[in-house]
Write a protein that binds this ligand. Structure first.
Ligand SMILES: [Zn+2]
Length: 123
C-alpha cells in the first residue's frame, strides 16, 4: 500500500471505531435504564437484556480489534494475516477492515482448529 492508502485505511478504522464506541455507550445507557425500571416486576425482558449484553460484548471485541488494527497500521504490518503471515485478500479487508486474519485461517479457527491465543482479535 502507498502512503495515501495507509492514511485512508487509518481514517476508515478511526471512523469505524468512533461509531463503535458511540454504539457501546448507547447500549450501556439502554442497559442501565433497563436495570433502573421496575425492579419489582421480576425481569420480563430478560431475553432483551441478554440480547443487549451479547451485542455489547460483540461491539467491545470489535472495538479491540479496531484498536489492534490501528496499531498494525502504525507498525506498517496491517493487512497481513497474524496467523500465517500472508497478505489478506483486499476484498476481505474492504468488507472487514479490522480483521487480523485471512479467510483461510479464520475458517480454520471457526472450525476450532488452531484456536486463537487469548487476547487476540476475533475478527
Ligand atoms: Zn492466514
Amino acid at each position: 500500500m502507498n502512503g495515501q492508502e495507509w492514511s485512508e485505511v487509518s481514517k476508515k478504522l478511526e471512523t469505524e471505531q468512533k461509531e463503535t464506541l458511540e454504539e457501546i455507550s448507547h447500549l450501556r445507557e439502554a442497559l442501565k435504564n433497563e436495570v433502573d425500571s421496575d425492579p419489582d416486576e421480576g425481569d420480563p425482558d430478560l431475553g432483551e437484556r441478554e440480547k443487549l449484553l451479547a451485542l455489547l460484548r460483540t461491539l467491545e471485541e470489535k472495538n479491540e480489534s479496531l484498536s489492534h488494527a490501528l496499531r498494525l497500521v502504525d507498525e506498517g504490518t496491517y493487512g497481513i494475516c497474524e496467523s500465517c503471515g500472508r497478505q489478506i485478500n483486499p476484498a476481505r479487508l474492504e468488507a472487514l477492515p479490522y480483521t487480523a486474519f485471512c479467510l483461510e485461517c479464520k475458517a480454520l479457527m471457526e472450525k476450532g482448529v488452531g484456536a486463537r491465543p487469548a487476547g487476540q482479535p476475533v475478527f
